[in-house]
Design a protein. Structure first.
Lengths: 166, 345
């Protein structure tokens, strides 16, 4: 058959000569290579003190956003929970009372909003599903912890700080 | 006099024992550091300055781990295995001459625990006993992977002891003695045995790698095939004992190689240094030189480990039986012929 391109290379496997069958030269060559690596720049990043620079579309810890007046954007529609492939998001909706307009933007809000960080796969589908631009995965790496219950992040950890406190 | 002798030896043994334990402990750190540096990492760096206390942390971890003895194992043998491995690794250093005689408080103190006239044979015996610990431990685990590892360790040890012994025979032809002290003394200055026995040293080196179960001959604990090899069922301190025995063996092998082939405590210009520093400091400098050589060898062990991949089992056997043994025999013949020739002249 005609070759489609001329990129094919036939590797010739010659029987090794005596020098190659000794293996020792090849071993010393390899040891030279590894020895030179001792003096190369180390790739290690000392994580908690130094952080690797993240790419712009990096997805980290979720944050629930506030609008320009400092009211929570989330209206507890449940689309994020529905879109979540890992079923990490649970929420309980609440009705906004009179006098709470500065706290919640819509009449309905999330009274409880929890993300289980052990289930979350940081796919960003909740971010895409949200019609109110209320959730973004723009935080840092989720820190390690000792207990499973401490990985269920509630509103206390997810909602971003009010504008005034910044 | 008699009491002074006992005290002297007791102190010497204690010092050697603790030093070799310390070296073995810090070998674990060195191994991880060197592994890191050869792979463009930095290795453990958190415990203490640059990871100085990592061996302590590791030891502490080993102590606090649960010690599991499998229900179906032979309990006595299961405990005996690592104990024997550790014991045999510790007693080998008794015949190593660590330096020339030191003058301490008008007493000439020998820096060798005992100068038995069959020192090399003693080391040989101790090194071969080392595999018993592995064998017993692997067999007592009642686990097929452990048993496989143990069987491999035994066959590897048997295969590589022969070329090791043969390479030693060539060395004995050249030195005419079995005493470690005399061999060390013969290499005064820069008159090292490596100059007369390069091939013998190469064979001895390869066999030392095999005897200490280090990569590329670490088939007994080959993780990719045998889970953990002979120590699959071991945990906690008994596992630590096996690890420690390996590093102690490495220390011993390095010390033996330095003494037999690289002049031990001898170094070029040692007479001048001894005259300048006197009979107390001079031998101690020689001891420092010996330790320097040992550390270079330990580094070499680790360097090879992180460069050369593991042998396949048939390659291991081929190398041992078809290459090293004929080479070692040829080495004996050549050495014998050359010595006869030189003597005739």
């Amino acid at each position: 058959m005609e070759p489609l391109s001329n990129r094919k290379k036939v590797l010739e496997q010659k029987p090794m000569n005596f020098w190659e069958r000794l293996y020792l030269p090849a071993i010393f060559q390899g040891m030279g290579i590894t020895f030179m690596h001792m003096f190369k720049k180390k790739e290690t990043i000392f994580y908690p003190e130094v952080e690797r620079e993240f790419s712009e579309n990096w997805r980290g810890l979720h944050s629930l956003k506030r609008d320009e007046n400092g009211a929570e954007r989330c209206t507890a529609c449940g689309l994020c929970a529905l879109s979540c492939p890992a079923e990490a998001i649970t929420m309980i909706a609440g009705e906004r009372q009179k006098g709470e307009e500065h706290l919640y933007r819509e009449e309905k809000y999330a009274a409880v909003y929890e993300i289980n960080m052990l289930r979350c796969i940081f796919c960003g589908l909740c971010e895409e599903a949200c019609p109110k631009e209320a959730i973004y995965l723009d935080g840092p790496i989720v820190p390690a912890d000792y207990l499973r219950k401490d990985f269920i992040y509630g509103k206390d950890k997810l909602v971003e700080e009010p504008i005034g406190s910044l | 006099m008699e009491l002074a002798f006992i005290i002297e030896k007791f102190i010497l043994i204690t010092v050697i024992f603790s030093v070799s334990l310390g070296v073995a402990a810090y070998s674990t750190l060195a191994e991880r550091k060197i592994a890191g540096y050869l792979q463009d990492r930095v290795g453990p760096s958190r415990a203490g300055w640059g990871g100085m206390f990592q061996p302590l942390a590791d030891g502490l971890k080993m102590f606090f781990k649960e010690e599991i003895i499998p229900a179906e194992s032979s309990k006595a043998l299961f405990i005996l295995g690592p104990s024997l491995a550790l014991l045999t690794a510790c007693i080998g250093s008794a015949v190593i001459p660590w330096g020339q005689d030191v003058l301490i408080a008008d007493r000439l103190v020998s820096l060798q625990v005992t100068d038995i006239n069959v020192g090399i044979l003693y080391i040989f015996g101790v090194v071969s006993l080392g595999v018993y610990g592995i064998m017993i431990g692997g067999w007592a685990s009642n686990n097929k992977f452990s048993l496989m590892g143990a069987v491999r360790a035994a066959s590897q040890s048997i295969s590589y002891e022969i070329p090791m012994g043969l390479s030693i025979i060539a060395l004995l032809l050249a030195t005419n003695t079995l005493s470690m002290k005399e061999i060390a003394e013969q290499q005064h200055g820069a008159n090292w045995n490596i100059l007369y026995q390069p091939l013998g040293f190469l064979i001895f080196l390869v066999c030392s790698f095999a005897e200490t179960n280090r990569t590329p001959f670490d088939l007994p604990e080959c993780e990719t095939e045998l889970v953990g090899g002979y120590h699959t069922e071991y945990s906690g301190f008994k596992m630590g004992a096996f690890m420690f025995a390996e590093y102690l063996n490495m220390f011993l092998a390095s010390a033996v190689m330095s003494t037999l082939y690289f002049g031990g405590y001898n170094y070029p210009g040692m007479d001048w240094v001894n005259e300048m520093t006197g009979p107390t400091i001079g031998p101690l400098i020689g001891m420092g030189v010996l330790f320097l050589k040992i550390f270079v060898f330990i580094f070499f062990f680790m360097w090879v480990r992180w460069t050369v991949p593991r042998f396949r089992y048939d390659q291991l056997m081929n190398l041992g039986w078809k290459i090293l043994i004929p080479l070692a025999i040829a080495n004996i013949v050549i050495t014998g012929v050359v010595i006869t020739f030189v003597d005739k002249l």
